[in-house]
Design a protein. Structure first.
Length: 202
């Protein structure tokens, strides 16, 4: 009698079994559905929470623009280009930017041949500037553009020729990023090395 009573007490009723099965199904459904609902909510209501995954040190030009749209720039080589827009004179900031881009170019090692440095001006350069280029940057290309041409492509960059930026241009002629003095040097080198590693063009 004792054994029989014990078995009756330990036997789960059909109603309880159904409840347990439902709980298991709800738990499994929750595991599947909750991440989907969370992703949906973030995508449509909190997109700023989505990580961009970018590691760029320069400022992106979005959407990118093609410098080859300018007739004067059609002769640019199909390589990666570090381009310096400057006025006709070169102050200390200008000289520092030229120095940093030269150091970055040299630090690329065996990839150096894939990258060229260009000066772009919209006016004649001074004699002192010409001497500086000849003495320290004589392998640098020089592109002369008309006033307003480059500014028209990059209207969001104020005082383009005066602020001493370096433009990063891909082998297809697209202006991808630009760098201020603070972003030049090692940050610019990291970006360029990364792009050269993942890109097969240029």
């Amino acid at each position: 009698m004792t054994t029989s009573s014990s078995n009756e007490m330990n036997t789960t009723s059909p109603l309880e079994a159904v409840r347990r099965s439902r709980m298991k199904l709800l738990l499994i459904a929750g595991i599947v559905v909750i991440p989907i609902l969370t992703a949906y909510t973030i995508m449509f209501f909190k997109p700023e929470w989505i990580p961009t995954g970018t590691t760029n040190n320069g400022t992106l030009v979005s959407p990118s623009v093609s410098i080859t749209a300018l007739p004067s720039a059609e002769s640019l080589p199909a390589k990666w280009i570090l381009m310096h827009p400057t006025p006709g004179t070169c102050d200390l900031t200008c000289q520092e930017m030229l120095y940093l881009s030269r150091q970055v170019h040299t630090a690329l090692g065996k990839e150096t041949s894939r990258v060229e440095r260009y000066l772009v001006t919209r006016e004649d350069i001074s004699a002192e500037y010409a001497e500086l280029l000849e003495a320290e940057h004589n392998v640098m290309g020089h592109l002369r553009l008309k006033p307003g041409e480059l500014e028209g492509l990059l209207p969001d960059i104020k005082d383009l020729y005066q602020q001493q930026y370096v433009l990063l241009i891909d082998p297809n002629g697209n202006i991808m990023m630009y760098y201020s003095l603070e972003q030049s040097g090692k940050p610019m080198m990291r970006d360029l090395k990364h792009l050269l590693r993942i890109s097969k063009i240029g």
